[in-house]
Design a protein around this ligand. Structure first.
Ligand code: MD3
Ligand code: FE
Length: 211
């Protein structure tokens, strides 16, 4: 299938357990962006340090569990780095969107307890990795993209010579469950661009049931 075609099917199967819902979130993008702007002004995204080095992406979180890195490792944390305060709750518009997308992909009653907010400036990237810090791998992960486009990469193994590329756009949702839940994935360096609503950045929300 030509993933870069101009057509916008409702649901694109990507791999076992994974599907792409192009434009699924478009009807709520303005409400969502207002919410996120408010959140980011109160909980500014930070470049986390990991054992692999300083990340080019800036992150903030919502929900019971935020994702936090320090020089020694990374983990889900109930407290923000620095202040020690809890993260704010995930707003209903995001919880509803995640549950509806998961349902559409065949995962019922998805109730995430963590929303990671990744902010990409042009040039930011995320290397190939697996998401392995969650307790229950039978729970899917829902990802939502806002702002300038990015090329998302995934493959079954890190050694897969050519990871599959998906052009993710503003309003796209991807649901990862089943076998695809353990796939390696990453984001190619984001190209310079400007989005009418978000300006020169891409934001990805990753909704997970962490614990
Ligand atoms: C495929 N974020 O934060 S979300 C991450 O666009 C992360 O910011 C990327 O990977 C981003 O860990 C991608 C899409 C995603 C999330 C989890 C997955 C794809 C996945 C888990 C398994 C397979
Ligand atoms: Fe990931």
């Amino acid at each position: 299938m030509d993933l870069f075609s101009e057509q916008h099917p409702e649901l694109v199967p990507l791999a076992e357990g994974a599907c792409w819902l192009p434009g699924f979130a478009l009807p709520v993008m303005e409400a969502l962006w207002r919410n996120l702007q408010q959140h980011l002004s109160e909980y500014p995204p930070q470049q986390m340090m990991t054992p692999m080095g300083l990340m080019s992406v800036r992150t903030s979180s919502m929900g019971d569990w935020g994702w936090v890195g320090n020089g020694h490792g990374y983990a889900y944390s109930a407290m923000q780095p620095g202040t020690g305060l809890p993260w704010p709750r995930i707003p209903p518009v995001i919880l509803q969107l995640a549950a509806q997308a998961a349902h559409k992909a065949g995962y019922h009653a998805f109730v995430p307890d963590s929303c990671l907010i990744n902010v990409y400036a042009p040039g930011s990237k995320m290397g190939l990795h697996q998401d392995k810090d969650e307790m229950d791998f039978s729970q899917p992960i829902v990802s939502l993209s806002l702002g300038i486009p990015a090329t998302f990469l995934f493959g079954e193994s890190k050694r897969t010579d050519k990871p599959v590329k998906i052009p993710l756009q503003h309003g796209d949702v991807v649901v990862w469950g089943g076998a695809s839940r353990r796939f390696y994935h990453g984001v190619a360096p984001v190209k310079a661009d400007t989005h009418p609503l978000l300006g020169p950045r891409r934001i990805n929300l990753t909704l997970r049931k962490a614990k």
